[in-house]
Ligand binder design. Sequence first.
Ligand code: SF4
Length: 335
Amino acid sequence: MDRMSAAAAPAPASRRVLLAAPRGYCAGVDRAVIAVEKALEQYGAPVYVRHEIVHNKYVVETLRKKGAIFVEKTEEVPPGNIVMFSAHGVAPVVHEEAARGRLATIDATCPLVTKVHKEAVRYAKDDFDILLIGHEGHEEVIGTSGEAPDHITIVDGPDDVDKVVVRDESKVVWLSQTTLSVDETMQTVDALKTKFPLLVSPPSDDICYATSNRQAAVKAMGADSDLVIVVGSKNSSNSIRLVEVALDAGARAAHLVDYASEIDEAWLDGVTTVGLTSGASVPEVLVEQVLEWLAERGFADVEIVKTAEESITFSLPKELRRDLRAEAAGLVADQ
Ligand code: SF4
């Protein structure tokens, strides 16, 4: 190559990764996963878990290998065993099923989901109509609805508002699933307020800190990203929302993957900046694998885009703490 052509050659565009922070495990997921591991150590395998403990393929497979058995219905658990309820929460009727089946229970419902259950019970007691903004059929929505089935109407986004009917427009409150899009939820609330001007709001946000923080971080890096990769499972509500938020923020493309091996090389065509984040049920090892995959393709430069600090932790479910304490005190007989 002569000197002229060397000088005229375009410099290779610098490739980089914008890594969102916070991302990955929230306090509720961390607690639920540790609860299954501790239960396996404490009581031995198998430990039955009703539904996926959290919505992540890798986590569920890892726990399955350690001895957890995931079931869809409480009746599938043989009498006399232990059943754990997932982080998404269950309706009171599920506790009754467990009692009928002579099952010991460990409730790994996230405390922030329990907060919404308690709000539903309280407003139902005061005879409010409760408009629960959330995705029809999602386990958390099924669990919350089960606290007050005669008082709750599910509102699955702004398009559902037209068909909502209430008994008394002066006694209506809205609550929500914890893992929704913050922006879309506010659109739904605005539409509900237009229809029901006396609509009461919950005392504090139902969308949890982890969902809000992960969406804020994606918003901050989405506009500067040609491509956003969200690590998370297809049944994870908060992970799907991150893809939507990235696109709304201006990313040219956004995709959800469970593993680095699912990334399509063609997604990188013409891309210089990749945004990377992960849902609240995703262990960091899966993000590290994506970073390695990207580094092998020239995206070795990683910049952290940090929008919040998180320090929340939750203690283990009370049933487990009780047994761990008892064992520590030497009071538990051999099982
Ligand atoms: S996403 Fe929020 S509500 Fe759900 S488990 Fe995590 S902290 Fe709890």
